[in-house]
Design a protein around this ligand. Structure first.
Ligand SMILES: Cc1cc2nc3c(=O)[nH]c(=O)nc-3n(C[C@H](O)[C@H](O)[C@H](O)COP(=O)(O)OP(=O)(O)OC[C@H]3O[C@@H](n4cnc5c(N)ncnc54)[C@H](O)[C@@H]3O)c2cc1C
Length: 277
């Protein structure tokens, strides 16, 4: 955020913070409106039909926490309890803090009665479930309510002089963790399209034509990955090596040849386990 804010000032833009746009009427009179207003985009919601917008939700539940426990790399814990199955995605985001995202399927969520539990009570249960991974560290809540992941897509990326970028345009599942990168790359693609064309309409057409196939590929991989998570409790019944293989290849972007090149030791262990089975 600091880098972006410095950059904005360096190119002569005067940002206005803490200013909510309540209606799209406030956006009249501009050459171009770049709607980078996030998952709940007002601009998208105001022109759902024109953008060909669709919103759906995953059935799994997730709650997003922090923790002072240091996870050096992106890693994952799967836990089976007597009542259900959980997994946590964890990775460090600052020298002393990690993200700790807890996920469970709808059946587990219901069995634990999370619907009727306070944020604090849910957090206490998650701390208990993941006690071994947390090694005595607490979870840190930031209004960490249980949510269903929203899938957002728009067939048309612009309407008139309004154009969508980032989460307003598409969501990317946290299991592939590319939301920020995608948003920034959208902005870069839009800038290039504006530089390449003489008028706004042609620029917006070029932005969609060039960027949409790239994003579609990533979003499709994210969907496949999220589908794997929708059935993670089933996958946990696999033998360890089969489970690991199923996890690594879940988005359909890594085949055996690529895995062998990336991770020959893993592949050797996996193939040895398979030949014994
Ligand atoms: C808890 C959490 C952790 C995440 N961790 C990661 C991660 O580790 N890596 C990763 O790549 N992605 C992560 N993501 C996803 C990532 O944050 C988003 O994909 C990314 O921020 C999208 O950027 P954006 O600019 O499109 O939208 P946002 O960052 O959501 O920005 C939208 C902005 O628009 C403003 N806004 C909205 N409506 C209005 C309005 N009507 N008027 C004025 N302003 C408005 C909002 O206040 C906000 O500042 C995480 C998301 C969450 C919720």
């Amino acid at each position: 955020m600091n880098i972006l804010q410095q950059r904005v000032r360096a190119v002569g833009v005067a940002p206005r913070y803490g200013t909510t746009i309540a209606t799209v009427d406030q956006l009249k009179g501009y050459d171009l409106v770049v709607a980078a207003d996030g998952l709940n985009s007002l601009v998208r919601r105001s022109f759902e039909q024109e953008f060909g917008a669709s919103v759906s939700h995953s059935t799994n539940k997730f709650a997003w926490y922090g923790t002072p426990k240091r996870f050096e790399t992106l890693s994952q814990t799967f836990v089976k309890t007597e009542i259900g199955a959980f997994n946590a995605h964890h990775y460090r985001y600052s020298p002393g803090m990690s993200t700790f995202l807890v996920e469970c399927d709808a059946a587990t969520w219901q069995a634990y009665g999370f619907e009727h539990k306070t944020i604090e009570a849910s957090q206490a249960i998650c701390e208990q479930v993941f006690a071994e991974s947390l090694e005595g560290h607490p979870l840190v809540s930031n209004k960490s309510v249980w949510r269903n992941f929203p899938w957002i897509w728009n067939e048309n990326w612009s309407h008139g002089n309004m154009v969508l970028i980032g989460d307003a345009l598409h969501s990317a599942h946290f299991s592939i963790g590319s939301g920020t990168r995608l948003a920034i790359e959208d902005a870069i693609a839009l800038t290039r399209a504006l530089e390449a064309e003489a008028d706004i309409a042609s620029s917006l057409a070029r932005y969609q034509a060039e960027r949409k196939p790239i994003v579609k590929k990533l979003v499709t991989a994210a969907r496949t990955s999220a589908d794997w998570y929708e059935h993670f409790a089933e996958h946990m019944k696999l033998d360890l090596m089969d489970f690991a293989y199923s996890y690594i290849t879940r988005s359909g972007r890594i085949d055996d040849a690529r895995l062998r090149a990336m991770s020959p030791l893993f592949m050797a262990r996996y193939e040895a386990a398979r030949s014994k089975a």
